[in-house]
Design a protein around this ligand. Structure first.
Ligand code: PFF
Length: 454
């Protein structure tokens, strides 16, 4: 088959793809969300289940997404249709791409609010507001920020503009270079934080919390959250990785590439957890504190370490950059589709879509102040958006991608794209994508439903 060309461009090499996809995967999910949901779900057993999902469900599905994207060479919506038709099936599979693009918008709306908190902390760190601060004061600073819709709106708007500006220029220019410097720098600063928490006196307690294993603490709810987070953190189930895969060079091997991305993502999350929990215990904070966890613990840590103002400032800058490269990938499927469908330039498309997510973001940020009374299924808007996307949309999107590549596409297409030399590895992938991943996702949904109804 002749190789299709992508009208949006393509990555210069396999390494550039790895960097871009890692830029998408590593974000607020790793540094903000993973520690706080691990904290809410009791640590240890939750972390182990999460790691299992990354390996047995996330990795094979990420390979599947890259495969479909590279085969289709278009936005996820059009790639799904194109590849389904190539395999002799109904074009209606594009629905998976549609639902994914919608999920991207919904995720963006609360993601941008949290990224706004990060930007506010960049400014506060720069001003030295956290020097020698105690945990009580740090909690107050955070609550004050949440109660101030104007401040939240400003930072959320700044973030939307930042993301849309890069998207307008196309992902090739600038972004690749930025990720190359940013990812190693983020890692170095995380290690520095880790060094601080090792001296905090509660390092052992932090590790014990993250890695002890007591299955009796696990509920089906927690298993669903772990599953949902494995999709969220790897940017799966909504087309981001499929879109990035459509720009991947033909000759690069998918398996090794995907394993590298998943490993980098996992390491960043674990290191973030190991940096945060010792500080939680050393300051008698509550590990189950929720979304504010990172915003309360880290200022305390930076406020007490030598040079903390500079390091703290740099750290939040890097978290902002990590959020930025992830948010770009949230919008790329929608942007690419609009360009393909209507023949528009990226500029006007980004302005239009930017306005939509900006408005949605206002609904999300109101959850902490003027809209705090609005409840959807017992959650505020922010929590509802987070819950419905990570725990429903992404696992279902992933389930459909697994069924599509495992059962609908033939071996000629999947074998040809994956190009795995060792037949045993190919067999392993097909068992995981046909049986393990879909059964795991379906079973967890069913058990959760039974538990809720029962
Ligand atoms: N993976 C990103 C993170 O962990 O912060 C968030 C994300 C990006 C989720 C892109 C989904 C997505 F499609």
């Amino acid at each position: 088959m002749k190789d299709r060309q992508n009208i949006h461009g393509s990555w210069a090499s396999r390494w550039v793809f790895i960097m871009a996809a890692t830029g998408s995967a590593v974000g607020l999910g790793n540094i903000w969300k993973f520690p706080y949901i691990a904290g809410q779900n009791g640590g240890g057993a939750f972390v182990l289940v999460y790691l299992l999902f990354i390996l047995a469900v996330g990795v094979p599905i990420m390979m599947a997404e890259v495969l479909v994207g590279r085969r289709g060479r278009q936005s996820p919506i059009n790639s799904m249709r194109e590849v389904a038709m190539e395999a002799g099936h109904a074009p209606g599979w594009s629905v998976v791409g549609w639902v994914g693009a919608l999920a991207g918008f919904l995720i963006f709306s609360f993601y941008s609010v949290v990224a706004g908190w990060v930007l506010a902390y960049v400014a506060a760190m720069g001003n030295g507001e956290f020097l020698d601060i105690g945990s009580e004061q740090a909690s107050k600073v955070f609550s004050r920020l949440l109660a101030d819709p104007q401040a939240l709106l400003i930072w959320h708007s700044v973030f939307v503009v930042l993301v849309m500006t890069v998207l307008m220029g196309g992902v090739n220019k600038g972004l690749e270079r930025a990720t190359k410097i940013m990812m190693p720098a983020l890692f170095v600063l995380l290690l520095l934080l880790l060094g601080y928490s090792m001296t905090s006196g509660s390092f052992g307690e932090g590790l014990e919390f993250l890695f002890h294993f007591d299955p009796s603490e696990l509920s089906w709810d927690a298993v669903l959250v772990a599953l949902g987070h494995s999709f969220f953190t790897l940017s799966l189930g909504m087309g981001s990785i499929m879109a990035y895969g459509s720009y991947m060079p033909k000759n690069a091997s998918i398996g090794g590439t995907v394993l590298t991305i998943a490993a980098l993502d996992t390491i960043v999350a674990l290191v973030a957890g190991m940096a945060i929990f010792p500080i939680v215990f050393a300051n008698s904070l509550d590990p189950g504190a929720g979304p504010g966890l990172m915003f309360i613990t880290l200022p305390v840590a930076f406020g007490h370490m030598p040079g903390g103002q500079v390091f703290g400032f740099l750290f939040f800058v890097l978290v902002a950059l990590a959020a930025w490269t992830s948010a770009i990938s949230l919008m790329e499927p929608g942007v690419a589709w609009m360009v393909e469908r209507f023949g528009l330039k990226r500029g006007p498309v980004c302005i239009m879509l930017g306005m939509v997510v900006w408005l949605l973001g206002i609904a999300a940020l109101s959850s902490f102040n003027f809209g705090s009374d609005i409840a959807l299924f017992g959650m505020n808007i922010f929590d509802f958006l987070d819950f419905i996307t990570a725990n429903v949309f992404l696992p279902l999107g992933g389930l459909f991608v697994a069924v599509f590549t495992g059962w609908i596409l033939n071996k000629k297409i999947t074998g040809n794209e994956l190009a795995i030399a060792n037949p045993l590895y190919y067999l392993a992938w097909s068992v995981m994508i046909r049986y393990i991943a879909p059964i795991a996702v379906a079973a967890i949904f069913i058990f959760n439903l039974i538990e809720k109804l029962g």
